[in-house]
Design a protein around this ligand. Structure first.
Ligand code: BTN
Length: 251
């Protein structure tokens, strides 16, 4: 497929593949061999795309699959906030009119009309000082198709009436939003990102189920704390959750 070359913000560099196993795996390999921050691995199709919690990410041509190498030099705990920066950039870059609800589902998913349109997979490597040396930020956006079988109901831009933007246009749109939001996070920290994320947050104040690695919890999604953890009110107590998957509670 011949596509126009996407325009990238200054300082970014593109590694483009027609077909690859996983852009995250390629980005980790490149990072180990010295690729600098701002390197973007982009593939038109993935044969072994993967998602959070070891799930496959079905990756046919037509959707966006990219992995961005970052070297944030921040403590490991803080790096999770970059997922919120990225989810916000996805949400703000989608080509929908204001009446179509585009929301952010904790921690890093983006929903359109309540269905998942984008997922983010962050993988990190620490340096000898214990600080984060490399972060690979993998982003998938469903442009023209979405999986029928999924843990959370899925959709695509085309299915929601947003047209059929090319993967190149989605890539441009994402990076054009991500770059200034990432700079803002580096300069001002999490508060402005948290505020923008909360404006679009799904399920805040509502009853939810949270799947953790070994258990499931039910309760009310109270708030996002100052570090990015989900505050869940359950049996009169407040639990701080740093990793998990959120679902609306079944009636
Ligand atoms: C999730 O919601 O589970 C995260 C999905 C992340 C998918 C993207 S597609 C580009 C990059 N390469 C991968 O193998 N995964 C991420």
């Amino acid at each position: 497929m011949r596509l126009h070359e996407p325009r990238l913000p200054p300082g970014y560099r593109l590694y483009r593949f027609d077909r690859i196993g996983s852009t995250n795996e390629e980005a980790k390999r490149l990072a180990r061999s010295g690729a600098r921050g701002g390197s973007v691995v982009w593939a038109l199709e993935q044969t072994k795309g993967h998602g959070r919690r070891g799930r496959p990410w079905v990756s046919p041509p037509g959707n966006l699959y990219l992995s961005l190498i970052l070297h944030p030099r921040s403590p490991l705990g803080v790096a999770a906030q970059i997922g919120f920066v990225a989810a916000l950039a996805v949400a703000e870059s989608l080509p929908f009119p204001p009446e179509i609800p585009v929301s952010c589902k904790w921690p890093n998913d983006v929903l359109v009309c309540g269905r998942k349109i984008s997922g983010i997979l962050m993988e990190s490597e620490t340096g000898e000082d214990g600080r984060l040396a490399t972060l690979v930020l993998g982003v998938g956006i469903n442009g023209v198709s979405s999986p029928r079988e999924a843990e959370f109901p899925a959709t695509s831009i085309a299915e929601e009436g947003g047209g059929t933007p090319s993967p190149a246009a989605l890539l441009e749109g994402f990076l054009a939003r991500f770059d200034p939001a990432y700079r803002l996070w580096q300069e001002a920290g999490f508060p402005p990102i948290r505020a923008r994320w909360l404006e679009r947050a799904a399920f805040v104040g509502e009853r939810i189920a949270v799947r953790l690695e070994k258990e499931s919890l039910a309760g009310r999604f109270l708030d996002l704390d100052e570090e990015g953890a989900l505050l869940l009110e359950t049996d009169g107590k407040i639990r701080k959750i740093s990793a998990g998957a959120v679902f609306p509670e079944k009636p």
